[in-house]
Design a protein around this ligand. Sequence first.
Ligand code: GLY
Length: 404
Amino acid sequence: MTANEIRLSFLSYFERNGHRIVASSPLVPHDDPTLLFTNAGMNQFKDVFLGKEKRDYTRATTAQKCMRVSGKHNDLDNVGPSFRHHTFFEMLGNFSFGDYFKREAIPFAWKLLTEEWKLQPDRLWATIFNGDAAVPRDDEACDIWRKFLPVERIGELGAADNFWQMGDTGPCGRCSEIYYFRGSEVGCNEEAAGGVCRGSSAAATASSKIWNNVFMEFDRQANGTLNPLPAPSIDTGMGLERVTAVIQGHLSNYDTDLFTPLLRAIGERAGTTHRGTMEPPDVSMRVVADHMRAMTFLIADGVVPSNEMRGHVLRKIMRRAMRHGQRLGVLEPFLHTLVDVIVREFGDAYPELKAGRSAIVQVVRSEEERFDAVLTDGLPKLEDVLDKAAAGNKVVSGDVAFRL
Ligand code: GLY
């Protein structure tokens, strides 16, 4: 299956099981000061979980655009040296708002993976919450999993892995994560490629974490107290990039068709090919590919580069992509020429890309030109200041540093 087919198949499976297909919300959260960017499928339903908002459906399914570059969930530093981390990614999810709970959610997940997508059942394993002073062990999830998995393939982990919350406050609960075992011979693929393992130890070794099923029961307050939600609910999140890698039989998300057309286009500009190693050209190609997707989707959702808040994060991502482009030997502005690849690959699933195409190209191009001018103008000034400081008292004044 192509990634586009996997996305559609997830949504239609849950639609057949009574869920409303809801469009992704924008990457800029609506009216939520606790979040810089949308970081999970449940964000747009936060008030529904909290009982503050009612919808005319109690089951939903989405393919949600997410960014994890700030706050509680931040993967920026892993991008490039990792085969599985992204700043922008798509999260597939199914949600129950006081409708079904664990007894339906776990079988829904199991049947999709093993019957619809035909993943080998004996390669799947799951984890449950092992309990702490505030919330007990998840005996119920363990019992349900026992219908599908032998006990040795049900792991028990603490809050860092098996208690999910979108931020410091808000809806949260114990969760159960589903892993796909790739084979003991696989080990950590980053390490095999000459890098270091990234991510949690389990995810970094022979298994890929593919799906998180959150059993929403609490609303965490700023003082840490857990108040009960109006009704137990379900929130799940499955990274499309990871599950596509599993289904397509790749160890790296960057080898899936979510990335290969873009990496090919970057390679054509740079006169190289992505070989999936930890060598500088490949790391830089992954950074450019990841950041290119992030900037295109962010600009389509109305973010523009600036020196504040979201605009600052976008500018940081864009300039990081430009610097890696230069490391690839592409010295002239070229990122704007890659926008069309993303519009072509993702425009059917996210029509805002097609609608915003020319504005996106223009914003990327002018930021590239601006950065070019900053470097052309600023580097000689910096060198001059450093030379003078080296020859004098070895101090650059705060005023000069600020202007630089
Ligand atoms: N909301 C579930 C997750 O992001 O993993």
